[in-house]
Design a protein around this ligand. Structure first.
Ligand code: URP
Ligand code: ZN
Ligand code: ZN
Length: 459
């Protein structure tokens, strides 16, 4: 048994002083002056006690071309929990061409089982559409895979007809489709032009994926969702003002069931990063790319007015040495993706809450409660109520420090946020009723994380 005393308990709607008791992996009681002779006491005076954060956009152990991401389900979830995140929903990688829908789910059960230190779920990936895939959506949803991802770019992008079929099926089943929205033909055209003209420096990664590319794809897929009867749709990693405008426009026209996500990196860094010397700009090669100051401002505004529902990470870590550096002479050779699961909670706390861009309650809503609600984990995850899983993060708002790679606990050899000045740190993390992180040390256990059979989204 654990009792957390004297902290400020924060939910998406309230902040209040109280104690909180944890017994047998669950929150058992919240109230004043809790005591028990057998309890381990954690003093949270002056600190925020929030639900363990939920990251619904990670890519652990991802095979991409001839690179494999460096964080597997062990190191990636150690990084997560030490950074205040106590559950993830991972986007499984593409499988072999023509594979059945459950192929990658079976693979990912093998990759995560016995390794993850926190609870995890999977989004299925739809890389082609036929009757078998559509009927497997139903059977997998019953097994707790209650969301699927589609891509509008990359090798297994879906054409519009296939997207429409997937959205119609999702509407019928009441499940949600996550979409990577970028216009593939535009990207390919620009990449070819740049490379054939010798424009191979890292900045051309951003130039070959302009904001129109994202906005056009978001607009198109939202229209397809409307045609499918307002099928539930979730736009992952929204990165531009233009893209967000399309989401606003569709909602203003009355379209329902639209959810949107942005990620830590799109709120904090611009494309100037691609000019870092010694090929360090490769650290930030991710899709969509980093954008401009005006996009950052538009995204924060979207967060403040509710247009953006979730802040996730798109954690997809490749080492700079050996992997990202494959792009040193040609940006198209750099594996796409960057780490972030370890940094999200403190970076958004510091940049958002401490800089007064968002309230502490909105912070909890965006990082814990909304992702849990949208992806069928709530109230087991993302809440602080009796009966919920005892996944709790305690944040000390006072320390001021500079973040560096050495403070983090994953396998990857860099952080995108190196040198950023932060205020606020993770003090303690309780996962599944036990202390998993304290005093900058990991206390969890390999394999302790369990697969979460997710429900269908709350509507
Ligand atoms: O560059 C990225 N984001 N890689 C991971 C796959 C994706 O697009 O989400
Ligand atoms: Zn993506
Ligand atoms: Zn992703």
């Amino acid at each position: 048994m654990i009792i957390i005393k004297n902290g400020t308990i924060v939910t998406e709607s309230e902040s209040y002083h109280s104690d909180i008791m944890v017994e047998n992996n669950k929150i058992s009681c919240i109230g004043a002056n809790l005591s028990d002779d057998n309890a381990e006491i954690i003093d949270a005076s002056g600190m925020y006690v929030i639900p363990g954060a939920v990251d619904v956009h990670t890519h652990m152990d991802l095979q991409s071309g001839n690179s494999r991401s460096i964080d597997d389900f062990y190191t990636g979830t150690v990084a997560a929990v030490c950074g205040g995140t106590t559950s993830i929903v991972d986007h499984v990688a593409f499988g072999p061409p023509k594979c059945v829908l459950r192929h990658q789910i079976d693979e990912y059960h093998k990759l995560a089982n016995g390794k993850a230190v926190i609870d995890y779920g999977f989004h299925g990936v739809i890389q082609h559409v036929n009757d078998g895939v559509l009927s497997d959506m139903e059977s997998l949803a019953k097994e707790g895979i209650s969301s699927f991802k589609i891509y509008m770019t990359y090798d297994f992008k879906l054409d519009d007809g296939s997207i429409l079929k997937v959205l119609q099926k999702a509407k019928e089943l009441g499940i949600i489709i996550a979409v990577h929205a970028e216009n593939n033909d535009v990207i390919n055209d620009l990449r070819e032009k740049y490379v054939s003209n010798g424009c191979v420096e890292t900045i051309y990664h951003a130039k070959s994926r302009p904001d129109h590319c994202e906005a056009e794809a978001i607009s198109r897929v939202l229209h397809l969702a409307a045609l499918a009867g307002d099928a539930p749709i979730y736009i992952v990693h929204t990165s531009t003002e233009k893209g967000l405008d399309e989401i606003r426009k569709a909602r203003a026209q009355g379209q329902k069931n639209i959810f949107s996500e942005t990620c830590t990196q799109y709120l904090t860094m611009t494309e100037e990063k691609y000019f870092e010397p010694n090929n360090n700009g490769l650290k930030y090669v991710m899709s969509p790319p980093l954008r401009k100051k005006k996009d950052i401002e538009a995204l924060w505004k979207g967060i403040q007015d509710g247009a953006i529902n979730v802040i996730a990470t798109d954690h997809c870590s490749f080492n700079l040495k050996g992997d990202k550096q494959k792009g040193a002479d040609d940006f198209t050779k750099c594996p796409n993706g960057a780490p972030g699961v370890a940094e999200r909670v403190v970076v958004i706390f510091s940049e958002g809450v401490m800089k007064k861009k968002i309230s502490i309650n909105l912070f909890v809503k965006l990082l814990c409660t909304n992702p849990a609600k949208i992806y069928g984990l709530y109230p087991k995850k993302g809440s602080l109520i009796p009966g919920a899983d005892a996944d709790i993060t305690i944040i000390n708002p006072n320390p001021e420090y500079t973040i560096t790679r050495n403070m983090l606990h994953g396998a990857v050899d860099y952080t995108c946020f190196e040198g950023m000045k932060l205020k606020g740190e993770i003090d303690t993390v309780i996962q599944n009723g036990k202390v998993a992180y304290k005093n900058n040390k990991f206390f969890g256990k390999k394999g302790n994380g369990e697969f979460i059979k997710r429900k269908i989204m709350e509507q």
